[in-house]
Design a protein around this ligand. Structure first.
Ligand code: ADP
Length: 620
């Protein structure tokens, strides 16, 4: 055994990678050509990283001669992609080409594994390097990192394991060789490859050369110069009039995880306090990992066309993390360190300006195209509203287009619509939160509001339940949950009756309070029920009921304060129980609590008992 063989190590892919590879290799995904886009994109990132490092590290030679080469060997049936970027050492290979750092992978695999997922999701999800296995049955990577003397070889057939060993690769950078599968011979055509490069990677900022073995033979005597296939221009610095929609789309696909068309392209140059050019996109669909805790924003920062970072969370607020694009500024120095960037006045100014601009575009979208806006809002509204849960200067701008479903007229309205079209004397914005419109409209707490045609916002995004109580007010209107505390909606015939509340009723309430004291915090005569016998509400300063359920469903602990039982003293069921003797009351009054629980859509501890009691009560 030679020394080299002895050092070869074989490693199992992470379970998730194995599953992913299985899906990728056997997929019937039609656009297999995207593998090249993924590999070129990795090469381009590698070149950008080395360019950045060489700018900041004075001990390194500054180089600007970055390039990506693709070579086809028809006879050997291989495609080789070479770059002179940052390269990988053994550790990099092991962790980058054996695991998946991408958030949302688990969900993705599950969906695809269950065959529930749409096959096009592969393209949308962007399986990166692993997409090589869509067209090849053997991948060999040779690489030398810029700061290393040793080079390494990574090999795998994509079936469970990969191996890493030392090799002799003299140049800094990476070379990836794919052995093309039998049925994928079309990728051994130079013209096909050139077409794919132009289609997906035209704006990659480094020259891409395509050559083939057959070519080489032909040109041996002619000494022809290699021709660059892509334009390699920074599209964001080009004049808008010279950019086609198709170019924007390709750039969008290249820089984001979206492979469809953007909903809106926002391309502008800002001059003044800070100078920068920005090309941003509003996406049409949700990225897979939108709600994953590791999800970062999707903006790339450049300084004079030099890539600086794509991990800068101060560049745009987290609640706009779905917006891909680039920002290029002249106002930062090229060798600025990533740490300093985190707290930098120029970045903060750019961030604020970008945010304003994006919010304005969304506002315009709402005005100009209702249907597109509604779709956009469905996808991203809940994320944008996270911006209302934090302290910032953008609340009013977010409110410009934030819409809610409401009980009157079943329309989507803004808060401004609410306080103008549906104003009420109490200066309150009433809301109720729950699963969906139908449930909420049938809630007992809605009864009086429906009767009086007082509009109530129907809140079905959990995020609203967090920011609304915190925000407290919109203009001079107070956010008021109708499932919490007392309600007072002006003249109410029941109020008068309440004041003249008979001794009989007050004794009954007193009795219920005592009898149900283990189950409820208090028992009150309801002002909000007109049809149902009873309902539950949260006490004024307690957590709202639906929020509590949400938190419990997410295993978050909440105080287990009890709720308040409200009863409708006009209701025949209540009157019936009230008319019973002490012994019967002891037996039947629990019905009123169980009834309220059922109205909340909750399970009863003993449903049979409840049914039997009702049947018995009716025949009394
Ligand atoms: P992603 O590019 O989304 O991170 P990939 O699966 O495409 O995911 O690549 C995984 C990682 O492997 C990259 O993030 C990078 O660190 C490394 N890598 C891939 N290709 C290259 C390359 N040509 N040069 C240097 N590093 C690379």
């Amino acid at each position: 055994m030679t020394k080299q063989q002895a050092e070869k190590k074989t490693v199992k892919f992470e379970t998730e990678v194995s599953k992913l590879l299985d899906i990728v290799a056997n997929s019937l995904y039609t656009e297999k050509e995207i593998f090249l886009r993924e590999l070129i994109s990795n090469s381009s990132d590698a070149c950008e990283k080395l360019r950045y490092v060489s700018q900041t590290d004075s001990s390194l030679n500054k180089t600007n001669q970055f390039e990506i080469r693709i070579h086809i060997h028809e006879k050997n049936k291989t495609i080789t992609i070479t770059d002179n970027g940052i390269g990988m050492n053994e550790q990099d290979m092991q962790s980058n080409l054996g695991t998946i750092a991408k958030s949302g992978t688990e969900d993705f695999i599950k969906k695809m594994g269950d065959k529930k997922g749409d096959i096009n999701q592969i393209g949308k999800f962007g399986v990166g390097f692993y997409s090589s296995f869509m067209v090849s049955d053997q991948v060999v990577v040779r690489s030398k990192k810029y700061d290393s003397e040793i080079s390494f070889l990574w090999t795998s057939d994509g079936k469970g394991t990969f191996s890493i060993e030392k090799t002799e690769y003299s140049k800094v950078g990476t070379e990836i060789t794919l052995s093309v599968k039998k049925d994928e011979n079309e990728f051994l055509s130079k013209y096909k490859i050139e077409e794919i490069v132009k289609k997906y990677s035209d704006f990659v900022p480094f020259p891409i050369f395509v050559s083939s073995e057959d070519d080489k033979k032909e040109k041996k005597d002619k000494e022809e110069k290699e021709i660059q296939v892509n334009s390699a221009e920074a599209i964001w610095l080009k004049e808008k009039s010279k950019i086609k929609d198709e170019d924007y789309k390709n750039f969008y696909n290249q820089t984001s995880s979206f492979y469809d068309e953007p909903l809106k392209t926002i391309h502008f140059k800002a001059e003044g306090v800070v100078n920068y050019t920005s090309l941003l996109f509003l996406p049409k669909s949700q990225p897979q990992d939108l709600y994953h805790p590791d999800r970062k924003n999707n903006l790339k920062l450049y300084v004079n066309k030099v890539f600086i970072s794509d991990k800068l969370d101060t560049l745009i607020p987290a609640w706009l993390r779905f917006i891909p694009g680039v920002v290029d500024t002249e106002d930062l120095s090229l060798n600025i360190s990533r740490e300093i960037l985190q707290n930098n006045a120029v970045i903060n100014k750019i961030s604020s300006a970008l945010t304003k601009r994006v919010l304005k575009e969304i506002s315009d979208l709402k005005k100009k195209n209702k249907i597109e806006f509604e779709e956009f809002w469905k996808n991203f509204g809940p994320v944008i509203k996270e911006g209302l849960y934090e302290f910032n200067d953008f609340h009013d701008k977010i409110f410009n287009f934030t819409v809610f479903n409401c009980s009157e007229n079943n329309e989507m309205i803004t808060l401004d619509d609410y306080v103008t079209k549906y104003s009420n004397d109490n200066k309150k914005i009433y809301y109720i939160s729950g699963e969906n419109r139908e449930n909420l409209m049938n809630s007992p707490q809605m009864e009086l509001f429906k009767n009086k045609k007082i509009n109530v916002l129907l809140v079905t995004d959990p995020v609203d339940e967090f920011w609304m109580p915190m925000k407290m007010k919109f203009k001079d209107y107070e956010f008021t949950s109708i499932t919490k505390g007392e309600i007072d909606i002006g003249e109410n015939p029941k109020n008068e009756k309440d004041t003249k509340e008979s001794k009989e009723v007050s004794d009954f309430i007193k009795y219920l309070k005592d009898h149900l004291k283990d189950k409820v915090k208090d028992v009150k005569i309801s002002k909000r029920l007109t049809k149902s016998a009873s309902c539950l509400v949260a006490d004024e300063n307690d957590m709202d009921m639906h929020l509590k359920k949400l938190m419990a469903a997410n295993n978050q602990t909440t105080n287990d304060e009890k709720r308040i039982l409200e009863i409708n003293t006009d209701h025949s069921l209540v009157l019936k129980v009230q008319s019973l003797n002490k012994e019967q009351k002891d037996k039947f009054s629990e019905i009123l609590y169980d009834h309220a629980k059922l109205m909340e859509g909750e399970n009863l501890d003993d449903p049979k008992k409840y049914t039997n009691l009702i049947t018995e009560l009716v025949s009394l």
